[in-house]
Design a protein around this ligand. Structure first.
Ligand code: GDP
Ligand code: MN
Length: 353
């Protein structure tokens, strides 16, 4: 590939690859937020997705960082990506405190007993990361060139070949949010997220713009018609979505409302429950899709297709007996399939516990 520096603000460098020209390619990119220190975990992720999917499609890969990428990170990752690799620096305003936040109060909360034994409860950078993934990833200038993204983190595994293009599936089926894994959130990270969200959804000018609770997937996130949040969320470290949704006034209004309430810093709101509440409430159920044929694993959770014939066809290496949806009490996939009226895979009965 040839390295070009376009001298655009926030685009550090672009490594342009010659492509074989996949005529069915969609207007889409892989999207990674990562730190320089995660180089080797990131190479693992790229190797997985390239060998299981992208070498046959050559979608671009956008890397974003709050600090400039090192030469080594750029050299090593771009060598492994089949599509054009683009490296962006996140604007300071997208990774810092807004004026209305009391920085001292935020620090005291992080250091309090309350957050001592909460995952990432005492981390400042994690909060900037979650806020970036809620309010800003779709506003990065590089992302202006794309309509769909597929989020990829360091240290992930794809356990089967991905035989059909998920981006194409989304376009053809008018799907705007795709996921593989679901979990239940730690309540201590989001004490006021649901109430704050309801304040937004109940504004008359918002309520008239969004689908009714018969058309959306509120039933996935609430068992009592929206009175309380059941903590189910799409695990956003894997997501394939239409940027138009995030760029819409209703999503923007939602996250601006959340940001003003301060919970990204005074609590520890994750981008996963934020995306999930937005998607379940503001999309139609038909726009949301569970990719059961994609085997995806990250840290504690992994999915594996419960279909023996499919696994042979897709050269899977994952163990269906370990599929997160049937092994973990923290998975909400079966609940999703229930409320979305989605049939189980062919060999579900054989593997379910
Ligand atoms: P977890 O998946 O919730 O355990 O959180 P991770 O530590 O995996 O972080 C989520 C994503 O954000 C990963 O892609 C990380 O590489 C990225 N990330 C987290 N913190 C930072 C940071 O301070 N700077 C940058 N550039 N990326 C970060
Ligand atoms: Mn992660």
């Amino acid at each position: 590939g040839s390295m070009t520096n376009e001298y655009k603000p926030y685009e550090q460098i672009r490594v342009v690859k010659e492509k074989f020209g996949n005529p069915a390619k969609q207007n889409a990119t892989m999207l990674t937020l990562a730190r320089n220190e995660e180089l080797y975990e990131m190479l693992q992720s790229i190797q997985q997705l390239e060998s299981r999917f992208n070498r046959n499609f050559q979608y671009d890969w956008v890397f974003l960082n709050d600090k400039p990428f090192t030469h080594e990170f750029i050299e090593q990752t771009s060598a492994m990506v089949s599509g054009t690799a683009r490296y962006g620096i996140i604007p300071y305003e997208h990774w810092s405190y807004p004026d209305h936040i009391d920085v001292q109060k935020a620090k005291e909360i992080r250091e309090s007993r309350e957050y001592a034994n909460v995952a990432y409860g005492s981390s400042e950078s994690y909060r900037h990361m979650c806020r970036f993934n809620s309010l800003f990833f779709y506003k990065h200038p590089i992302m202006d060139d794309y309509q769909y993204y597929w989020r990829v983190e360091p240290s992930i595994e794809y356990g089967c070949d991905i035989l059909t293009d998920p981006f194409k599936y989304m376009v053809e089926n008018k799907v705007n949010y795709g996921f593989t894994l679901t979990l239940t959130e730690f309540p201590k990270t989001i004490p006021t997220l649901w109430k704050t969200s309801l304040d937004y959804f109940l504004q008359p000018e918002v309520a008239e713009q969004i689908p009714s609770d018969e058309e959306n997937l509120l039933s996935f996130i609430s068992g009592d018609n929206g009175r309380t949040y059941n903590l189910c969320h799409f695990w956003s470290n894997f997501e394939i979505a239409n940027l138009d949704f995030f760029r819409s006034p209703m999503y923007e209004g939602y996250v601006q409302h959340l940001d003003r309430a301060g919970g990204f810093f005074y609590e520890r709101w994750g981008d996963a429950p934020v995306h999930t509440i937005a998607v379940a409430k503001m999309m139609r159920a038909s726009e949301i899709h569970l990719f059961t044929e994609i085997s995806y694993k990250h840290t504690v959770a992994g999915s594996c297709p419960l279909d023996d014939a499919f696994r042979r066809r897709a050269r899977c290496t994952c163990d269906p007996g370990l599929d997160w949806s049937i092994t973990s009490g923290s998975s909400c996939n079966l609940h999703y399939m229930d409320v979305a009226h989605q049939p189980h895979m062919a060999d579900y009965e054989k593997y379910r516990n």
